[in-house]
Design a protein around this ligand. Structure first.
Ligand SMILES: NC(=O)c1ccc[n+]([C@@H]2O[C@H](COP(=O)([O-])OP(=O)(O)OC[C@H]3O[C@@H](n4cnc5c(N)ncnc54)[C@H](O)[C@@H]3O)[C@@H](O)[C@H]2O)c1
Length: 431
């Protein structure tokens, strides 16, 4: 099979390489110069285990990063993997990138190729936004366009493993579209699930993430409730779960990243008003509120901003396990913005995120070395759960430094009096 992918971001590039590795010929187009330059050097523009080696193996053999799709190649399918960001305060999804992405294959589209939507969209977008435009594009061919919604459900940090092991949900606007999308994904993974409709596939994708959002919200609600009784939330959850399979209460923490911060809003975008929507919204808002709790902790424990009171925020990527360099949708970044807006002077550190991307945030001085970053600070906020914190040896002593070790990861600092975690950071305020 030969496919063309529009967008070589996180989803497009990992899929392109997984497909090329399974023998599918993949042409990819990408509009960002820095991504193309990075790929030309055999590297992804983000950290993903195993990806760079595979790029080097596949590039120029089965994977071709091109300026435009070649006219002399017969494509079986085009796959759209462009971003679907939320806009401003209203958090409505923007599908303009999807609409413009159709231009990328307009010149080589005959109307007979399958068009696969892999980006995350509101229910109905494949049929109501994309399909009519394909019909226009195929008007002269006399063909009825085939569209498939085949959502991406892998976790960042394990994409290559999961793309070839997770069940892939496929769908289509006709039996032929379903058959073709099934055939494509069957070359990559062993289990393919045929959704009943495009809309079912869209909803499955969204709700898989909302399910996680809500599950994490349950842990976060208990954590906050426990602290109103003066109890440590982490301890309550750990002991509630211990040996008791019917309770699998999630550990408290930020629920963030480019998918979880968005998908509830993408679903709610055109969902009927009512109790289901209210419930989804409440869970999302609760998870988001943890960022303000951290800001309150800083104000209480460190006091008003002052030149000499520098704060170190470490763990800027949206999660630490599996490791990722991704700063998109990261609660750490939102917290840094809120603190900077209040006038705090910040230092930033991350074990995995790229220095240039941290610098681009323009939120504070970036440090590569955590010990160097700790020198002379008033407070340290360890904001993600990177496993490297467990064994990290702090050489600065950290006397007098207020520590918020959100995920209870910095083993060497556990006995410190002036250290809090997400499990007790609200206690003084609530009791
Ligand atoms: N990141 C994830 O883990 C993940 C997981 C599941 C689903 N998704 C969804 O998949 C979609 C893509 O996510 P992502 O993280 O890969 O986003 P991304 O921003 O990393 O990638 C999109 C890429 O498309 C490129 N692009 C946009 N318009 C283009 C055009 N017309 N021609 C060529 N290139 C174009 C952009 O420059 C960008 O590099 C989103 O809808 C997202 O919600 C993401």
């Amino acid at each position: 099979m030969t496919i063309g992918i529009i967008g070589l971001g996180y989803v497009g590039l990992t899929f392109a390489i997984a497909a090329a590795d399974k023998g599918i010929t993949v042409y990819g187009v990408e509009k960002e110069k820095r991504i193309k330059q990075s790929l030309a050097g055999g590297q992804a523009h983000f950290f993903e285990p195993g990806l760079d080696d595979k790029i080097k193996e596949c590039m120029g053999r089965k994977f071709f990063c091109v300026e435009e799709f070649p006219r002399d190649v017969q494509f079986d399918a085009f796959m759209i993997t462009v971003g679907t960001p939320l806009i401003g305060q209203t958090k409505e999804p923007n599908f303009d990138y999807i609409v413009s992405s159709l231009k990328a294959f307009r010149n080589v589209y005959s109307g007979r190729e399958l068009v696969i939507l892999r980006s995350t969209v509101s229910v109905g977008t494949s049929r109501n936004v994309v399909l009519p435009r394909l019909q226009e594009m195929a008007e002269d061919s006399g063909c009825a366009p085939m569209i498939a919604m085949c959502p991406e459900r892998t976790v960042e940090g394990k994409a290559l493993v999961e793309l070839t092991s997770l069940p892939q949900v496929v769908s289509g606007n006709s039996p032929q579209a379903v058959k073709m999308s099934h055939k494509l994904f069957k070359q990559i993974t062993s289990k393919v699930i045929e959704a009943e409709s495009l809309e079912e596939a869209e909803l499955i994708k969204l709700y898989c993430n909302i399910y996680r959002d809500m599950n994490f919200a349950l842990g976060n609600v208990l954590n906050v409730a426990a602290q109103t009784f003066g109890l440590d939330g982490i301890s309550v959850i750990r002991n509630a779960n211990e040996g008791y399979a019917r309770s699998n209460i999630a550990s408290p923490g930020f629920v963030a990243g480019p998918c979880l911060e968005k998908d509830a809003y993408i679903l709610m975008n055109n969902m009927q008003e009512g109790k289901s929507k209210d419930f989804i919204y409440a869970a999302r808002r609760f998870n988001e509120s943890l960022e303000d709790d951290v800001v309150c902790w800083v104000e209480r424990k460190i006091g008003a901003p002052a030149q000499e009171k520098e704060l170190l925020l470490t763990g800027m990527a949206f999660k630490g396990v599996p490791e990722t360099s991704d700063l998109r949708g990261s609660s750490s970044v939102y917290i840094a913005r809120k603190l900077k807006d209040k006038g705090y002077k910040l230092r930033l550190h991350d074990f995995v995120a790229r220095r240039e991307e941290l610098q681009e945030l323009n939120l504070g001085e970036v440090y590569d070395d955590l010990n160097e970053a700790c020198e002379g600070i008033a407070g340290m906020l360890a904001l993600n759960n990177c496993s490297r914190y467990h064994t990290f040896h702090f050489t600065q002593g950290m006397e007098g430094v207020r520590i918020l070790d959100i995920w209870d990861c910095c083993d060497e600092l556990k006995e410190r009096e002036e250290r809090d975690t997400i499990g007790n950071m609200l206690i003084e305020e609530k009791i």
